[in-house]
Design a protein. Structure first.
Length: 314
């Protein structure tokens, strides 16, 4: 996370080169170790992966461009943590699901938290804009466009999750295969972003030199940040995909939620981002609501009951 935040802070529009590097690394690794250099046939028909990849690629690109539309990184992270809202809404609409009162309460808390943080960030945008009223209006309109982009990406991501759920029920879970195809098939799409990727590659090459510890290799520091981000992101994504096959959905959701929470808190403290008491309140609503959705309290209840009944030591 530190490497990504440092890169985005110095070059706010570098999201495309970061995403391309992650996709390329995972695709090459998967081509060698999962697809066996193209000799292994996929368990899930390739046409379904093309649909999934179109959704995945769209979500990634839109989320990246939102950072160029006056969207602060903390708000970006909080907004994306509201994926439960979109998942529940589309589950009701598409899959005709029905949920308990506690589930709807959690959604209300998450919605309130996102609204609070969005509203307070809007005030910051207005106050930080230039003195020229016309320029200030333009900045605010770009910010509104960024919020619209995040909303679209949120709904598209939820739709992709429902599509994946349907595929896994029909063909079984194949986490390594899905990881490979979700990152290999979108690679040609990055040709549309080639000018932006090349531009930031040049900027990265012009950054200050940095000597890598232990091996003593000297390279531009932004390339070092990118390399470390690619490696750590691979470990993270691989862990999440493995977790989906080894643990229940409750555990996966809880782990991912806690990861987002830790990332958010770390970014705020480490980079000293402007975060008001209202932002903290909104953040609390988001993550308390998320934990309510996962019903973690019910899981902890039996454990706490057993702990209370332990025989006391004399």
């Amino acid at each position: 996370l530190v490497f990504l935040l440092r890169a985005c802070r110095q070059f706010p529009g570098c999201g495309n080169i970061v995403t391309f590097s992650q996709f390329l690394f995972i695709a090459v690794e998967g081509f060698i170790f999962e697809a066996n250099f193209g000799r292994k046939r996929p368990a899930i028909p390739i046409r379904y992966y093309f649909i999934m990849v179109a959704m995945f690629f769209t979500v990634s690109v839109v989320n990246n461009y939102a950072l160029n539309l006056n969207i602060a990184m903390p708000l970006h992270m909080i907004f994306r943590s509201g994926s439960l809202i979109a998942s529940m809404a589309l589950g009701v609409i598409i899959l005709k699901k029905r949920y308990s009162v506690s589930k709807y309460t959690s959604i209300a808390l998450v919605s309130l938290g996102i609204f609070t943080c969005t509203f307070m960030s809007a005030k910051q945008v207005a106050s930080n804009s230039s003195l020229n009223e016309e320029d200030g209006l333009q900045v605010f309109l770009w910010w509104l466009l960024g919020i619209a982009a995040l909303t679209f990406a949120l709904l598209m991501s939820a739709r992709m999750g429902i599509f994946q759920e349907t595929l896994y029920k029909q063909f079984g879970k194949h986490s390594k295969e899905a990881l490979f195809y979700n990152h290999a098939l979108p690679l040609p799409g990055f040709l549309l972003l080639a000018p932006n990727i090349y531009h930031h590659a040049v900027l990265f090459s012009q950054s200050e030199p940095f000597q890598v510890p232990v091996i003593g290799l000297t390279l531009p520091i932004m390339w070092f940040y990118l390399l470390m981000n690619v490696v750590t992101q691979y470990v993270c994504i691989r862990g999440v995909f493995i977790l989906t096959t080894e643990c229940t959905s409750l555990t996966v959701t809880l782990v991912v939620t806690l990861r987002k929470f830790v990332s958010l808190i770390f970014s705020i403290l480490y980079f000293r981002n402007p975060f008001t008491a209202w932002h903290w309140l909104g953040t609390a609503f988001v993550f308390v609501g998320t934990l309510m959705y996962t019903e973690v309290w019910n899981s902890l209840g039996p454990f706490l009951a057993r702990w209370r009944k332990r025989p006391k030591e004399e």
